[in-house]
Structures are given as C-alpha cells and as structure tokens.
Design a protein around this ligand. Structure first.
Ligand SMILES: C[S@@+](CC[C@H](N)C(=O)[O-])C[C@H]1O[C@@H](n2cnc3c(N)ncnc32)[C@H](O)[C@@H]1O
Length: 316
C-alpha cells in the first residue's frame, strides 16, 4: 500500500535489494517517516515481523491515520495484515534494545535507517530555522528532553561550545573560536532566548569576514543551527547506540543498511564499519568508497537525495 506523503523515499530500490528480504524473518525500520521503506518491506515478506520506530509524534500519528487508525493512543501500535505483523513504535531508535526486549524479540534479520528530518519537521519545531527570528531557541524534537539550544548557548564553557561547532558543523578551530568568543561576549549582556540574538552574533562574526571561507552567511547560519540541533537531540549518540544495538541483535548473515545525509553521520557509520571489519562484509563498496550514491536520474527527480550515501553490511 502507498501512504500519501510529500516525502519521496531516497535510494529505496537499492536499500530494499541490499536488505535481501526473506520470509519468516524479523526486520527493523529505525526511521518510519512516511513509511516508504516499511511498506515496501511488508509488501515483499510473508510471515514476518517489522518493528518501525518513529520519534516524531505527528509522523507516527499520520502514518497510522493513513492506515485507517484514527486514534492511536499509546506509543506502540500493532497491525497484523496478510501474514505479517508491524509494530509501530513512537520512540527514539536509541531504545531499540529495550523495545525489542518488551516485544520478546531477541534476534533480528535486518535493520534499515534512513536518517534525517523532513523540511516540514524542521519547520514545525521552534528555534530550528534562522529565518524565524522571534522563535525561542528550543530545537528539541522531543519535549521530554531537558536541555534546549538556548540552555547550551547560555551555560556551556568555551571548549564545550567549540567542540559542538567543530564536530557537528565542520567549522575550523579558528572559526569556532571567533564564534564562541562572540557568544560568550553576547551572553554577558543578554541571555540567549530568541533566534534573533544568535543571528546577530553570527552576522557580526562572519558577515563580510575577509579571508574566511564562509562567504554565504545563510549557509553559515544553517551549519550553526544544524550543529546545535545535533547537540540538543544527541543525534550522534543515538546513531551510535542504534548501530551497536542493531549489530549485536543481528543474526549471522543479517544485514544493516543505513542512509546518511551529512558528513558527521557518514563518519560515524564509517568508523563503526572499521571497528567491526573482521565481523562483517561491506556490500556497498563503489569507486567512491564504502557507500553507494543516488543515480543522476534520482537526483534529477529528487534534489534532496543529492547528499545521500547508502552503507550496507552483512554480519559474518
Ligand atoms: C528521512 S525520514 C525517513 C523516511 C522513510 N524512509 C520513508 O520512506 O518515508 C526520517 C524519519 O526518521 C525519524 N527519526 C529521526 N531520528 C530518529 C530517532 N532517533 N528515532 C526515531 N525516529 C527518528 C524522523 O522523525 C523522520 O520521520
């Protein structure tokens, strides 16, 4: 069944081929989104279970509504259709191990994750966009998280803030220093609450800066907002937990397919593969590296796919 969503699944044919789906199996889709991958998996398997995670409550509800379930009440919904059962879980995929243990599942045959957020999701969370200047610098996808982006900007020390911009935004040591010094100066006079204060700091630090690579101030802002979003939502820790838990739960000959969208995510997957290289086969090797990229045709039809990299491994 096709779920009507604006999101176009990226690298879906390559992902599904590499999962090597079999009947009587157990699969995990760590990032349900509009359900493109999950629905394809269900269509191609028999007598199988699929556990689909989705952290965003709206995306979770939209998926269930599209399947005719108008009032999903709890954070886990079970749907049995044909011979398959899908468990749709409104939780962070970092909770994979706990959720599978709740479902009395001890091994899986495959796991897929298509990382990232849709534009709609990003625009629905306060403080995510540098364009909404009166927004509070919140950036939490899940309001149960304790720390907002404003908290980080107001409370972290110089080296912790520098680390966020270098690690999550690919800024150089020098660029991060300029930025963090300006943040520390600003917060002496005004605490960070609204987007406009962060924008002022970025503009005064980077606009017209000679000899620095950041000519396009909006691109710079986007990287700074991305860095804070990754820190607030612990995105890299979540991905590490998913990879570690997924690999230890994976049966022999089971497969993991991950689609990444930026260099930080790619680095985590690459490091994970390198750490476990004696226990796995890389299935996605190309001339470019250990990953597959979308075809020219796919990029032409869906420009958002241009930065995607697909990493696929099989457990030995
Ligand atoms: C790019 S979309 C996935 C699209 C999906 N493959 C499809 O075909 O429709 C990524 C989804 O993963 C969800 N997500 C991101 N991080 C997550 C996390 N840590 N745990 C669970 N879901 C997450 C986002 O809310 C988003 O809906």
């Amino acid at each position: 069944m096709e779920i009507n969503t604006k999101h176009i699944p990226v690298l879906i044919n390559e992902t599904i081929d590499l999962l090597n789906l079999k009947d009587n199996s157990i699969y995990v889709d760590a990032t349900l989104g509009g359900g493109g991958y999950s629905q394809r998996i269900l269509a191609l398997c028999k007598n199988s279970k699929l556990i689909s995670f989705e952290i965003d409550q709206n995306a979770y509800k939209n998926y269930l509504n599209a399947l005719g379930n108008q009032n999903p009440s709890s954070d886990i919904t079970e749907i049995s259709k044909s011979s398959n059962t899908q468990y749709i879980v409104n939780k962070n995929f970092s909770e994979l191990e706990e959720m599978l243990s709740t479902l009395k599942i001890s091994k899986i045959d495959g796991l897929v994750a298509d990382l990232g957020w849709s534009t709609d999701q990003l625009s629905s969370v306060e403080g995510m966009s540098f364009e909404n200047e009166s927004d509070f610098l919140d950036m939490r996808f899940n309001k149960n998280l304790g720390v907002t982006a404003a908290d980080l900007l107001n409370a972290l020390g110089k080296s912790e803030l520098k680390k966020i911009f270098m690690k999550y935004g690919d800024f150089s040591d020098a660029e991060s220093s300029y930025l963090v010094n300006a943040i520390l100066e600003k917060r002496k006079r005004h605490i960070f609450d609204q987007v406009q204060y962060l924008n002022q700091v970025i503009e005064s630090t980077f606009a017209n800066a000679k000899g620095r690579s950041n000519k396009n101030i909006n691109q710079t802002k986007a990287r700074i907002y991305q860095s804070l979003r990754i820190a607030v939502n612990s995105e890299y820790d979540n991905l590490n937990e998913l990879l570690n838990a997924g690999f230890s739960l994976l049966n022999k000959s089971g497969r993991i397919v991950i689609v990444t969208f930026h260099s930080g995510e790619a680095k985590i997957v690459e490091e994970f593969i390198n750490q476990h290289k004696k226990e796995l086969d890389i299935l996605s090797k190309t001339n470019a590296g250990d990953y597959i990229t979308p075809t020219f045709e796919e990029i032409k039809n869906n420009n958002k796919s241009r930065s995607a990299k697909l990493w696929a491994i099989e457990k030995l």
